[in-house]
Design a protein around this ligand. Structure first.
Ligand code: NAD
Length: 249
């Protein structure tokens, strides 16, 4: 028996990076886990891969219905699906703003709305949102991404207030630079990806990137019964960047 035995979870963006690491850790601790993603075929067993596009309300509702029916109940929601964007307010056109906010912000709202009825039935209900230090760090060339994650942090606090009396806890983690397929994809565009990776690593206060497993451990802590008195919290997993007031790398 472990802390998560008998509990179930939905993890969005659970086919890759932080979402997959979180789903794996929840499963290793005894939870049964459904990963909602554009690429469910990439989700390894025993995790349950279900196709969902968080920008499509019908797709989200159908996927959540399948997950809850298959798992039999829902205790934990990890809103993790997200995409990046580079640029300033001048360089990102309107359709790019709509595209990114639709995934990172409205997508989170759609999934949460679809999950709340089942979460209300759980005595251990918890939502954890994957936010980012970009929410408050003032990163250059990240206006749109920062705005989207600022909204995720605000939503975390608003949702925590709205649902505290129902026994649903809502928290978020704010990762720094995490070594995931997303970051590797960005680096692969450089002339020398290995040199770029080494430079990125050297710019971290800790001398290394955060690992997806470290972010997963923070998410799983906030999701579990041992964090029963924690709601409306923002947990940085960023190699000290926020707490030490370091310049963004
Ligand atoms: P990743 O690209 O490795 O994984 C993201 C997953 O989300 C993918 O499996 C993708 O298919 C899925 N996804 C994307 N759009 C979707 C949609 N419309 N519907 C359903 N699924 C969709 O990325 P990651 O680095 O693991 O990032 C996960 C989360 O962590 C994101 O919210 C991101 O903003 C946040 N984050 C990442 C970093 C980092 O440095 N990697 C830092 C801070 C925050």
């Amino acid at each position: 028996m472990t802390e998560f035995t008998g509990l179930t979870a939905i993890v969005t963006g659970g086919a890759s990076g932080i979402g997959l690491a979180t789903a794996r850790l929840l499963a290793a601790r005894g939870a049964r886990v459904a990963c909602l993603d554009l690429t469910p075929e990439a989700v390894p067993e025993p995790l349950l891969g279900i196709r969902a596009d968080v920008t499509d309300d019908d797709s989200v509702r159908a996927a959540v219905r399948t997950a809850v029916t298959t798992l039999g109940r829902l205790d934990i929601l990890v809103n993790n699906a997200g995409i990046g964007a580079q640029g300033t307010v001048e360089s990102n056109p309107d359709d790019e703003w709509h595209r990114v906010l639709d995934v990172n912000v409205v997508g989170l709202v759609r999934v949460t709305r679809a999950c709340l009825p089942a979460l209300r039935e759980s005595p251990h209900a918890a939502i954890v949102n994957t936010c980012s230090i970009a929410a408050t760090a003032g990163l250059p060339q990240r206006a749109l991404y920062s705005a989207s994650k600022g909204a995720v942090q605000s939503l975390t606090l608003a949702m925590a207030a709205d649902h505290v009396r129902e026994g649903i806890r809502v928290n978020c983690v704010n990762p720094g630079t995490v070594d995931t397929p997303w970051v590797r994809r960005l680096l692969s565009a450089a002339a020398d990806p290995d040199a770029e990776f080494a430079a990125l690593r050297a710019r971290q206060a800790t001398g290394r990137l955060v690992s997806a497993d470290e972010v997963a451990a923070a998410i799983v802590h906030l999701a579990g019964p041992s964090a029963a008195s924690t709601t409306g919290a923002v947990l940085a997993v960023d190699g000290g960047m926020q707490g030490l007031r370091l310049r963004p790398p």
